[in-house]
Each structure stands twice: as structure tokens, then as C-alpha cells.
Design a protein around this ligand. Sequence first.
Ligand SMILES: [Zn+2]
Length: 211
Amino acid sequence: MSLSAYQLILFPQRDDISAAQRAALLSHLHGCGFLGQAFELDGREHFTTGAQFLDQLVFLGCSPYIETEPPADTAARNTAARQGRFCHLHLTRLLPRARFRANPRARVRCPACRKSVAAAELLTGPGTDRTCAHCGHEAAITDWNWQGHAGYANLFLEVWGIHPGEAAPTEGFIQAIEKITDSPWSSFYTQADQQPADETGPVMWHNDRPN
Ligand SMILES: [Zn+2]
């Protein structure tokens, strides 16, 4: 069994969310019943889903089955949580600088020749520039065309256990968090291995946003 967990990653398009806005966001997520009980998973604060979690999602598949009930046993719960076998949530701490996160399983297009390459190839290796294997064009990772499979922000809301295209937040949910953070929000689906702390994915210290 793969240890990778499916996730829906929500993020503000502004990359300078303040500590006060994060606190207000967390309070809202509790208040609206999106977040439930806190639990620790590998040193990070995760939350079970709240009583109104499912009400704030639109289901896009034909017959989705969203598991929200964690196993009662702590060890079993943590194993299931790492694999995304039930829905749970994590709001990252306020990152000192905005970072780039992407779905390593996506296909990405070269900004010059538009041919597609595997995201995993771009996301490995040192530095932040990548050379296109097709045309030789060199560009910062954030300047490749990620086609909605990446985000650049200083705060991410991770919804674990949602498969690609399975569910998305309602318009009302998004509008509320946009108002709190004074920013439009976007999202992408990913399947990622368990990562330590909040330092997930490659760190990109570019000011440029991904395309
Ligand atoms: Zn190219």
C-alpha cells in the first residue's frame, strides 16, 4: 500500500498573510464547524473534521465516499491519517517566507516550447532553475506552466483524504475565508508522502508566482 496521502491544498493568492489573519482564519474554521478535535501527527497539529465539514464541500464525483471517522486507537489513527484514509486537516504555521508547493505527479509545460514534462523531474535537484529537455530553455520552476497543480503562499490549508476532483469547498466557504484574509484563494490536488513539520515540498524563494 502506498504511504502517499491524497490531499486538497487550499491557499491564499496573497503571499503575505499576517499572524492576525491566520488566527482569525483558524477561529473561523473552528466556529463554522470545518475543524473538529486537534490531534498531533508527526509533530504537527492536525484536526479531525468538524460537525459541518461535509456541508462545506461540493462533491464532484459520481459517488464519492468521504471517510471522516478516525480509528479510535491512537496508533491506528496515526497510520490511517498518514495515508489519508480518513479526512483530517492541517493549517500550516505562518511561513516566514512564501513557498512553492506542487503536485509531484502532475505534468508541467515548458514556458518556451510548451512541451510537457513530469513535475517530479522539476521538483528534484538543487537550485531553482530547470532546463527543458525538449528545447533547452532554462527557467525558474515557478515560471513553468503548472496548469493549476501548484501554489505559492505563506500559509496552506491541507485537507487530507480528498482524491483529485472528488470534492471542493463551497462558494460560501471560500468567500468567508477570502474576506478574513483579504485575498482570493486557489487550490490544487496532490498526492504527497508524509513530510516532516511544515517544510513540505521544495522551497522556492522566488517572488514570482507560478503560472
Ligand atoms: Zn521547452
